[in-house]
Write a protein that binds this ligand. Structure first.
Ligand SMILES: *Cc1c(COP(=O)(O)O)cnc(C)c1O
Length: 391
């Protein structure tokens, strides 16, 4: 019998050694020894599910993390990586060849944009960018030779929500695979495997660690894709996660749902309270009724997430006064952390973009992104409100 998610987040994928340890063990070893030369030969020919060769290929602690993530996401299999970017790059580069065509939503995390805009074209891969919220742009851009469609289910920092089933249908019609970066939506609030993603990617640095300790990433998909396409690429290019980091992520999964729900409760409450604030021209949160894709958000997500953005009508100066007046919420570009964090995208995470690109994405100088943590929501509200007074 399949256990429910909360149970799986604590138990799925566990492998106990002969010592019967309760908490998962950290197998901090790069290599593995064989009982005989014949065994080594057999394992190099084909390794079974719990047979390891070298930590760049796989490791028992890493495997526990991969299996628990696959169970939570409803994916057949997974491969963990050193960072979210290693996961994004491997998911794309393992599939694509020179001459292939990619269609991607334009509203992307800065480093994802760099891969699509600057790295892939150097290898003869053509990339077409679209406004992810505009179905007609996807329809026009996806062609017979499109191999991969890439998008963030909720974009950062403008929190646009993309109609995944609609994009999936267009991609399917030409045999393209849909790769979804699901970081902002988290594995808790968006079951994008179910909605049609072929491959799901996470930066586990965010909510999955959730306590600001380690970098990590993971790619999830069908066994055929993970083992035949992705694994050979990652195994030989070296994006493996450290067993220690995988262990931190594995333990993070045990509390992921509790943390995300508590953080989303606070985010929704604070975002709602800030609507109509005289200093703000916008409060952007997927579950606020005035969000441009509110209906879609309600269809695709179980909650609005742990992050919202606000826009100061007076621009950068007001935004900076606000950031500098915060006492509990700290200025940092991370998100999904138990500590509330706040960033000014146009001068930090999205600084590299041209002002035209930023304008196209709506990232004005007044935009501030706030990631809500686990602090008492009353303290957070007070901190944010008094910083707004100072803005
Ligand atoms: C942080 C992030 C990444 C990159 O992850 P790292 O772990 O920092 O490499 C990719 N996509 C999104 C949406 C992110 O927020």
């Amino acid at each position: 019998m399949q256990h429910r998610r909360r149970t799986r987040s604590v138990h799925a994928g566990i492998k106990r050694s002969q010592f019967g340890e309760n908490a998962e063990a950290i197998f901090l070893t790069q290599g593995f020894v064989y009982d005989s030369a014949e065994q080594a030969e057999a394992r190099f020919l084909e390794s079974g599910p719990d047979e390891y060769i070298y930590a760049r290929y796989g490791n028992p602690t890493v495997r526990m993390f991969e299996e628990r993530m696959a169970s939570l996401e409803g994916a057949e299999d997974a491969f963990a990586t050193a960072s979210g970017m290693a996961a994004v790059y491997a998911a794309l580069a393992s599939v694509l060849s020179s001459g292939d065509h990619v269609v991607s939503s334009r509203a992307l995390f800065g480093s994802c944009l760099y891969i699509l805009e600057s790295i892939l074209p150097r290898f003869g891969i053509e990339v077409t960018f679209v406004d992810g919220t505009d179905a007609s742009q996807w329809r026009r851009a996806i062609r017979e030779d499109t191999k991969v469609v890439f998008l963030e289910s909720i974009s950062n920092p403008m929190l646009e929500v993309i109609d995944l089933p609609a994009v999936r249908e267009l991609a399917r019609s030409v045999g393209a695979i849909v790769v979804v970066d699901n970081v902002l939506a988290t594995p808790v609030f968006h079951r994008c495997k179910k909605l049609g993603a072929d491959v799901v990617v996470y930066s586990t640095t965010k909510h999955i660690d959730g306590q600001g300790r380690c970098l990590g990433g993971i790619v999830l998909g069908q066994t055929e894709f993970i083992r035949k396409t992705l694994e050979p690429f990652l195994k030989h290019t070296g994006g493996a996660i450290s067993p220690f980091n995988a262990w931190v992520m594995l333990k993070g999964l045990e509390t992921l749902e509790l943390r995300c729900n508590a953080q989303a409760d606070s985010a929704a409450k604070i975002a709602t309270g800030l609507r109509n604030h005289p200093k703000l021209s916008r409060v952007i949160y997927p579950f606020l009724p005035d969000h441009p894709q509110f209906k879609l958000a309600e269809e695709q997500l179980t909650r609005g997430g742990t992050v919202f953005s606000i826009e100061f009508s007076e621009g950068k100066e007001a935004a900076f006064r606000f950031l500098n007046a915060l006492r509990i919420v700290r200025i940092s570009n991370n998100l999904g952390d138990t500590k509330s964090l706040c960033t000014h995208p146009s001068t930090t995470t999205h600084q590299r973009l041209s002002s035209d690109q930023r304008q196209e994405l709506g990232i004005t100088e007044g935009i501030v992104r706030i990631s809500i943590g686990l602090e008492d929501v009353r303290d957070l509200s007070r901190d944010i409100e008094s910083a707004l007074d100072a803005a």
